[in-house]
Design a protein around this ligand. Structure first.
Ligand code: ZN
Length: 83
């Protein structure tokens, strides 16, 4: 098989098998919320977001959206007890 074609097929396979092929270590993204933009970051299982909900509850819609996008390639955000 043409090596360019096989490379593309391999890439598609890896992407389709994301949940067991990919382990995200860290990232920072800007998420455009309905009212404000938010910075969501992740570092080896530790999630952070700059919104108020995250500060209060340790989870928010922005973090949950990123979990939805990234699937099992990231650790789930812990449900912190409000304090
Ligand atoms: Zn947030």
């Amino acid at each position: 098989m043409d090596s360019a074609v096989s490379r593309i097929l391999k890439a598609k396979q890896y992407a389709a098998e994301r949940d067991h092929r990919v382990k995200v270590h860290s990232f920072e993204v800007e998420l455009h919320g309905d009212n404000h933009n938010h910075i969501v970051s992740y570092d080896r299982g530790e999630w952070t977001c700059d919104c108020e909900e995250f500060l209060l509850r340790g989870v928010c819609a922005h973090v949950m959206a990123m979990e939805e996008i990234l699937g099992d390639s990231v650790e789930p955000a812990m449900l912190a007890t409000p304090h």
